[in-house]
Structure formats: structure tokens, C-alpha cells
Design a protein around this ligand. Structure first.
Ligand code: PRT
Ligand code: MG
Length: 215
């Protein structure tokens, strides 16, 4: 029984490669240079499909892929239906944060019950976060370059991922609140977990042993 693994190109593919290697799996092609969306591996029973980062949970949820690697940010926004999340891979580590222009008094704005305009691609996650705090927000959906929104007057604040903080600094923004710590998770289709139990469990175990910083 063959196993299909869904990955996105870029940092997820790059940081998953050493984990795959530890599990004895090597991709036959590099998705950065190949235009193929289905990539074979050195193992005839393992294939990789290359999809957008936000589409990884969807492919696995519906069983088009058996397993996948997706950021916690993407999983929170997706909701996680139909998925097992057996392993924190401790890659793609960053934080989901609220950021505002330097000098903007976020605490005061929130304190006096102002309506905040917030731009983000994490609409559901942001809505839940501010609702929980009782902060009134108008959410504006963006698909990228969130950092530009406060600089152009589109929004007062953004909800975005921060790792080194360099992007915020370069755009004169400061992080004012952490929403969640983020790292990539191994996700498994619920039906595949039963039907392909042995093959999938072997992969989970091999990844688990290779997770960075594992005691
Ligand atoms: O790029 P594309 O639109 O195709 O998709 P994507 O942006 O969803 O994918 P990709 O490959 O950029 O990110 C995939 C996953 O990597 C995310 O879902 C996160 O789980 C994880 N990850 C970890 C990050 C970062 N760190 C990160 N720093 N994803 C994005 N960033 C961006 C952030 O949005 C901001 O623009 O990097 C910038 C901030 O970085 P610093 O170092 O300047 O703080
Ligand atoms: Mg990106």
C-alpha cells in the first residue's frame, strides 16, 4: 500500500528534507527547480505531492494525501477536521503576533474600547483571538505582505507570523501581543491512519526520532 505525503515548497520542504532523510526517504526531484507536482522518492511506496502551504490540510483531510506537514498557523485557520496531529516536528518555528506601527498606543486603543482595523490572512484565528479579549475589530483579509497594511492606512494593526522580527523592524512595526507559538505538525488522514496503520506508524516513529531538539 503506497503512502502519499503532501508538502509545500520553500521552508516546509527544506526543513522536512532532513526528517525524511532520517526516515530513509529522499525526494527524486527538487520542487524549486522541477515543475512536477507529484515527485517520486527512493522508496517505490512513497510519493510526495507539492501543494500550497494553506492547501496541505485540505489534501490530507479528504485523503488525496495520506500525511502532510503543515504549520500550526495553517492548521488553526483550517480547523483540523478529519486530521490527526500526532507529532510536533519543531520546524518552521515562529510566533503568530499582533503588530502595530511603532508609536501606536495599542494598549490605550484597546483600553478605551476603540474599533481596531486589523489586516491578516488568518481571519478566523484573529476573529477568535480578539473576541476572547472583548476587543472590537474590523478584519480585512489579505493574502500576503501584511506588513504593508498599517503603512498605507489600510489597517491599524496586523496579525502575522514573526520569526527573527527583521520584517517588522524594516517596516517600523512592533509586535504587541502573542496569539500563539507556531511550529510545523505532521498531520495524518483519519481513515489512512487505520487502513495504512503499519506504514504510517513507521514514518511517524522515524520522524519522531529525528525531530530537532528531541531529548
Ligand atoms: O509563500 P506562499 O504564499 O506560497 O505560502 P506561505 O507564505 O503560506 O508559505 P511559506 O512557505 O512562506 O510558509 C509556510 C509555513 O512556514 C507557514 O505556514 C509557517 O507555519 C512557517 N513559517 C515559519 C513562516 C515563518 N516562519 C515566517 N517568518 N511563514 C512565514 N514567515 C514570514 C512572515 O509571514 C513574515 O512576512 O516571514 C516574515 C517574518 O519573518 P521575520 O524573520 O522577518 O520575522
Ligand atoms: Mg510565504
Amino acid at each position: 500500500m503506497s503512502i502519499t505525503l503532501a508538502l509545500s515548497k520553500g521552508r516546509i520542504f527544506e526543513e522536512t528534507t532532513p526528517l525524511l532523510k532520517a526516515a530513509g526517504i529522499a525526494a527524486a526531484e527538487d520542487p524549486e527547480t522541477s515543475r512536477k507536482l507529484i515527485i517520486g522518492t527512493n522508496r517505490p511506496d512513497v510519493n510526495i505531492v507539492i501543494v500550497r502551504a494553506t492547501d496541505v490540510p485540505t489534501y490530507v483531510q479528504y485523503g488525496a494525501a495520506d500525511i502532510g506537514v503543515a504549520g500550526k498557523d495553517v492548521l488553526m485557520e483550517h480547523g483540523g477536521e478529519g486530521l490527526y496531529q500526532p507529532l510536533d516536528l519543531r520546524i518552521g518555528v515562529c510566533k503568530l503576533m499582533v503588530a502595530v506601527p511603532a508609536g501606536f498606543d495599542y494598549a490605550a486603543a484597546v483600553g478605551r474600547g476603540a474599533r481596531l482595523k486589523v489586516a491578516t490572512k488568518y481571519l478566523d484565528t484573529a476573529r477568535k483571538h480578539f473576541a476572547q479579549k472583548g476587543v472590537h475589530v474590523d478584519l480585512i483579509k489579505l493574502y500576503g505582505s501584511m506588513e504593508l497594511a498599517p503603512l498605507t492606512g489600510l489597517a491599524d494593526a496586523i496579525v502575522d507570523l514573526v520569526s527573527t522580527g527583521n520584517t517588522l523592524r524594516a517596516n517600523n512595526l512592533v509586535a504587541v501581543e502573542e496569539i500563539a507559538p507556531i511550529s510545523a505538525r505532521l498531520i495524518v488522514n483519519r481513515a489512512a491512519m487505520k487502513l495504512k496503520r503499519d506504514g504510517i506508524q513507521a514514518l511517524v516513529d522515524a520522524f519522531s526520532k529525528a525531530v530537532p531538539g528531541r531529548a
